[in-house]
Write a protein that binds this ligand. Structure first.
Ligand SMILES: Nc1ncnc2c1ncn2[C@@H]1O[C@H](COP(=O)(O)OP(=O)(O)OP(=O)(O)O)[C@@H](O)[C@H]1O
Ligand SMILES: [Mg+2]
Length: 344
């Protein structure tokens, strides 16, 4: 079909299909139209989808027996195809409802950001799921590249830029120069592992079982990667493991930091390892321009300080770290040559 007709009767959508959050950008509206947790609640017996997104996340750990709350993405990739597809369908339809009717006559062209290390099988799975969820042409772009573009790093320049995207499932580090990824690596450690570390800490030190949402709240409210001046405290409610009764304890910021220490360390080591793989001139660029942090994990208090101390480089946190990848996919949509090769 001719290029003009496609442009007129369809719309272009950029998706950050994240482990924790899914964001959708619509080219014609030039903005993010949707930002929801990647969670689905469905009927246990019929698999009928009941809630998707924010409503569904609130229900994690609280569903009655006939419902199950599922996070279909794990470690940055699809863990449950059926549920991912249902979620994507819901999000794509929701985005399309915001564009004029004639822009819905043809299926949307979709750009999806995926982790840089995913396998061919995983790539196929993302493409197939998106198509079954209503997408027309689907292109995948590597998350670190999307994040770098989204935060406005000069990716096309002959100058090394370093981006660290700390998401829910993975942390990806990448050095980009001349429009391509020079080096990238990722670990399956992100916000989810930090939450898990807090849950373990509470079990070990207080005999207290807490839910995953409580752990996330602790991390965000009082967690840190580096000592802060005014350490905070927080009351935590959970289930006592001995008596199996509800119990409340108070934990301090220092304790939360201790709980997160090991995972934070493995993130810092990944960042550090980049320099072993960098050519001298690229390393020199990084020393000058520093490291940019994106993804929700970038907001962990003191992570920038810790990484500065570890690497000796200036470290910056992106303005809207949670939106970086989606913004990048949105900007990619306007690159017409992206759509030139019809390989899928
Ligand atoms: N203020 C904060 N401090 C620390 N962590 C935070 C903060 N706000 C959000 N997070 C964490 O950020 C994570 C979500 O980040 P993000 O949306 O970038 O992940 P994602 O893109 O869905 O995951 P991935 O890229 O791994 O697939 C969650 O684990 C969340 O708990
Ligand atoms: Mg992400």
């Amino acid at each position: 079909m001719s290029f003009l007709l496609t442009r007129l009767f369809s719309t272009d959508i950029g998706i950050d299909l994240g482990t924790a959050n899914c964001l959708v950008y619509v080219r014609d509206l030039d903005r993010l139209v949707l930002n929801e947790p990647s969670v689905v609640v469905r009927q246990v017996n019929t698999h009928e989808v009941r809630y998707v997104g924010a409503r569904a996340k609130e229900m994690l750990g609280k569903t009655p027996v006939n419902l199950e709350a599922i996070r279909p993405m794990k470690d940055g990739v699809i863990a449950n195809f059926e549920v991912t597809e249902a979620m994507l369908r819901e999000f794509i339809q929701k985005a399309l409802r915001q564009v004029p009717w004639y822009r819905r006559l043809l299926p949307p062209r979709v750009v999806i950001a995926v982790p840089s290390g995913i396998t061919e099988v995983e790539i196929r799975a993302v493409k197939d799921s998106s198509k079954r969820a209503g997408a027309g042409m689907v292109k995948l772009i590597e998350e670190p590249m999307a994040a770098a573009i989204g935060v406005g790093l000069p990716v096309s320049d002959p100058c090394g830029s370093m981006i660290v995207d700390i998401g829910g499932g993975t942390t990806e580090v990448a050095v980009i120069s001349l429009g391509g990824i020079v080096y990238s690596d990722s670990i399956r450690v992100g916000g989810d592992e930090l939450d898990e570390a807090i849950m373990q800490y509470m079990r070990k030190n207080y005999n207290l079982m807490i839910g995953v949402l409580t752990a996330e709240r602790i991390k965000i409210a009082i967690g840190s990667a580096y000592p802060v001046r005014d350490e905070m405290k927080m009351e935590v409610r959970g289930l006592d493991m001995n008596g199996h009764v509800p119990k409340t304890v108070t934990i301090t910021g220092e304790e939360a930091r201790e709980a997160l220490q090991e995972q934070v360390r493995s993130i810092a080591e990944k960042v550090h390892a980049v320099f072993e793989h960098c050519k001298p001139d690229l390393a020199a660029d990084l020393v000058e321009h520093g490291i940019m942090l994106a993804g929700g994990g970038a907001m962990l208090v003191g992570l920038d300080k810790l990484l500065t101390e570890e690497t000796g480089l200036p470290v910056f946190v992106a303005d809207e770290p949670l939106n970086a990848v989606a913004k990048g996919t949105g900007l990619m949509l306007t690159e017409e040559e992206l759509w030139d090769h019809n390989e899928n």
